[in-house]
Design a protein around this ligand. Structure first.
Ligand SMILES: *Cc1c(COP(=O)(O)O)cnc(C)c1O
Length: 358
């Protein structure tokens, strides 16, 4: 049987159907219906925030974040080691991504290198809690305060990661989430913004629904509204969050045991309660990675090169910026299959193949 890097969690069908039955009964399909409101309330409680808005996906969440902070031009300091949506959202909002290289030990933006990249045009820092590991949130906030910059965290991987006793999503001016089917907690497609300031939150709320209330048009907006069917999936998945994380942890622990000493792993920082969102491993070279991939693929096992290429090398960027650490890590990092139902014998098989190649 084919093993992919991930497999979407699905709740028991009847539990989803029961929620969808209520959608049928009340006839409201979208425009912030009861399921969306209930999911937002549950997520606020889970994350510990007053201001959370459920939107269509994690990319729109990033774009709305820039818009709600009134950033419509200028430079955004960001990380080259992420999914392409981090960079594309900056470009789509007509800003310029300025890449700052990453920390080699946990792949997040290297806070010590941020100040050197600040210019009079810098508006914000958009960092990523990549794979659920925490950025240096204290240092980043310090720099932002000193230079009057906004801080946006792409927290697409950070759902349920906690740092120093609170959700990692409560740092910065705005944090965003993705609830895409491949993420730890999903609503098939979906995303959210967690916002510190109430005024910014109101602006974001307005702009996710075309910027108008009734016939009063206040600002440019977009369609960031999410349907009741997506919210229903979120409500059905919600009770399983701790179960999902517990099982992922078991998979990670087994990988740790079987691959101990064989392969390099990122180091989570002190104070982080990790969410086990991904299992990244760093090979010695790209050649070694490709050899392991060939051996696994031959057995119908498909890990993924997360993240490759380093985003500073996207072909449609106007000027080339160099990020040697990210380029090096990107060339030899991969995520091994990780999902709650991944069987122990499959994990053993994967590790055996890796061991044989190495
Ligand atoms: C998945 C992901 C996104 C985009 O989320 P979508 O919901 O797919 O739009 C953004 N950033 C990161 C780091 C991601 O992994």
């Amino acid at each position: 049987m084919t093993i992919y890097v991930t497999k979407s969690f699905l709740p028991p069908f009847e539990e989803y159907a029961e929620i969808v039955r209520k959608v049928w009964d009340n006839g409201i399909l979208t425009n912030h219906g009861p399921c969306v409101k209930e999911l937002e309330a549950k997520l606020k409680d889970f994350i510990g925030t007053q201001n959370l808005y459920y939107v269509t996906n994690g990319t729109i969440a990033l774009q709305l974040a820039l818009s709600a902070l009134d950033i419509t031009e200028g430079e955004i300091i960001t990380t080259p080691f992420s999914y392409v949506a981090t960079t594309s959202s900056i470009l789509w909002e007509r800003c310029k991504p300025v890449f700052v290289d990453i920390e080699p030990h946990n792949f997040t933006i290297d806070a010590d290198k941020i100040e050197a990249a600040i210019t009079p045009n810098t508006k914000a820092i958009m960092a990523v809690h990549v794979f659920g590991y925490a950025c240096n949130v204290e240092k980043i906030q310090q720099i932002a305060d000193k230079h009057g910059l906004k801080v946006i965290y792409d927290g697409a991987h950070a759902f349920a990661s906690r740092y120093k006793g609170k959700s990692l999503l409560n740092y910065g001016d705005i944090s965003t989430l993705s609830f895409h089917a491949t993420k730890l907690f999903h609503t098939i497609e979906g995303g959210a913004c967690i916002i510190k300031n109430k005024e910014v939150a109101d602006k974001l709320d307005l702009r996710r629904r075309f910027g108008h209330t009734g016939d009063n048009h206040y600002s440019l907006g977009i369609n960031g509204k999410q349907s009741e069917f997506h919210a229903a999936m979120g409500l059905a998945n919600f009770p399983y969050i701790s179960d999902i994380i517990r099982k992922r942890k078991q998979v990670c622990n087994l990988y740790d045991n079987l691959l101990q000493g064989l392969i390099k792993r990122p180091a989570a920082q002190e104070g982080l309660e990790y969410n086990y969102a991904y299992y990244p491993v760093v090979f010695k070279s790209e050649a070694e990675l490709l050899k392991v991939f060939a051996a696994l693929n031959a057995q119908d096992i498909y890990p993924r090169r997360y993240f490759y290429p380093s985003l500073n090398n996207l072909p449609y960027l106007v000027d080339k910026q160099s990020c040697p650490v990210s380029e090096d890590i990107s060339s030899r990092v991969a995520c091994l299959p990780l999902y709650p139902t991944l069987a122990e014998q499959d994990i053993e098989k994967i590790c055996k193949i890796i061991k044989e190649v190495l």
